[in-house]
Write a protein that binds this ligand. Structure first.
Ligand SMILES: Cc1ncc(COP(=O)(O)O)c(C=O)c1O
Length: 439
């Protein structure tokens, strides 16, 4: 992603004469420089968790931090905790996120959800003179982003967003995307790592292209942050946002973040003029004066308990180092691809993720007509009793998410063996096709 940590080639793990073995997976774990980080997370016994790209695991430190915030800071110290602990909390997290993302802390804000931040920032762009009032996205983007843009188009009485559609979910057709940007310059919203295929856009060159064509790309980093070595300054990102509950292990519903490049901040105004976005909120003035900094995008009281919960995961990511995490992610996705090619391709599974590790994030997507029933069989866990938790995305994608900070090679080996068994033994035929609300 950046020049910081190019892992040019991942050498093959398997060759025609060297088939995968459990011993090899164990050996890879022994050699793993990040292996010790697994101990910092809570693990359910007999469960392999491959859903880190929907909800990361619980850092043990987060439990202690939450208990302290509830018992001591809230329970005992009450209102005094605002001055003693809580007012500085978002700032501290912003400093840490800035280190992770190669930005200035003053360009980052934590809080609210990705969808809300996207709404605010696109509203601000549509209200500014920075770009034409034209909205563009593509079919690889996350639905919520598209919904937000559609809603804003109605509100601003402008044309609905153009959704550049590709023949295939695997990757964007870059010449087509660029042609569309050229045709209708304005606001473009893209997900850096596609939630479907894990395709990773060439962020810097697209930003340069957008700039040449009077456009601003708003990047959704949700599936990239914590596993891709993003450098916002080097990649010439103007605006970005994302979730922290996936690879940053911030907890369910943990606060999202918003990045706005320094020079743009004062050009943009939040649609919600709340007191926390005021220059001097505790003056209680009845006239609104936006903060000079990115704090102008704050609205109300920060979500203290959720902010407390997200700090431990962020600390662990910084401690492990994003370069080491990205390197392991590329190695583990490559290992997984090789296991799939050996055991699952002959059974009709198709890899819907780019083969080049530089072009993908940290999940591997498989397409198979029986993906849903395979997914459910993995979660129920027959066989040797181990439950495996991947996730399913329509129409027929099984996503295997790798969180290098705690995923082991042995987890990947056992998961692929289990999928092979579910198909070969026809165990999937025992599973009904009904789907729960959260998949
Ligand atoms: C890429 C992407 N963008 C946006 C969202 C929505 O985030 P939020 O629920 O914080 O609004 C998600 C949720 O999974 C996502 O994966």
């Amino acid at each position: 992603m950046t020049s910081r940590s190019k892992l040019s080639v991942v050498p093959p793990f398997l060759t025609p004469t060297n088939m995968s073995t459990i011993a090899q997976a164990e050996q890879l774990d022994v050699q793993d420089p990040l292996a010790s980080f697994r101990a910092f997370f809570q693990h359910e016994p007999n469960t392999i968790y491959l859903d880190g790209n929907s909800l990361g695991k619980l850092p043990i430190q987060a439990k202690k931090d939450i208990a302290n915030a509830v018992d001591k800071q809230w329970g005992e110290n009450l209102i005094r905790s605002w001055n003693d602990h809580w007012l500085d909390l978002p700032k501290r997290l912003e400093q840490k996120l800035a280190l992770l993302l190669g930005a200035k802390a003053t360009e980052l804000k934590v809080g609210e959800s990705t969808s809300t931040n996207l709404y605010k920032v696109i509203h601000a762009l549509l209200s500014s003179n920075l770009t034409a009032k034209s909205l563009l996205t593509d079919s690889l983007n996350f639905p919520s982003d598209v919904y937000v843009m559609e809603g804003l188009a109605k509100q601003f009485d402008c044309k609905p967003p153009t959704i550049v559609a590709y023949v295939h979910d695997l990757k964007a057709d870059l010449p087509l995307l660029k042609a569309e940007i050229k045709k209708q310059p304005g606001i473009v919203c893209l997900s850096l790592v596609s939630y479907k295929s894990a395709w990773l856009y060439p962020m810097k060159s697209l930003n340069e292209f957008a700039e040449q064509h009077n456009s601003i790309i708003v990047w959704d980093l949700s599936h990239a942050v914590g596993v891709v070595d993003i450098n916002l300054a080097e990649s010439k990102i103007k605006i970005a946002l994302g979730c922290t509950y996936k690879f940053l292990n911030g907890g369910p519903g943990s606060p999202a973040f918003l990045f706005i490049q320094e020079e743009l901040i004062t050009e943009l105004h939040s649609p919600i003029q709340g007191w926390f976005g005021h220059k001097r909120p505790f003056d209680f003035s009845l006239s609104y004066e936006p903060s000079d900094g990115i704090g102008r995008f704050d609205a109300g009281t920060p979500q203290v308990l959720s902010l407390v919960a997200m700090e431990a995961g962020l600390d662990l990511t910084l401690k492990a180092g994003i370069d080491a995490i990205r390197k392991k992610s590329m190695m583990q996705t490559s290992y997984l691809v090789e296991l799939i090619q050996e055991k699952l391709t002959p059974l009709g599974f198709i890899i819907e993720t780019p083969m080049n590790p530089e072009e993908r994030g940290s999940h591997i997507t498989l397409a198979h007509p029986e993906s849903w029933r395979v997914c459910k069989a993995l979660i129920i866990g027959k066989g040797d009793g181990v439950k495996i938790i991947p996730d399913f995305r329509p129409p027929q994608y099984l996503r295997l998410g790798i969180a290098p900070i705690y995923t082991r090679y042995i987890d990947l080996f056992k998961s692929i063996e289990r999928i092979e068994h579910i198909i070969l033994s026809q165990e999937y035929l025992e599973i009904d096709t009904e789907k729960p609300t959260v998949t």
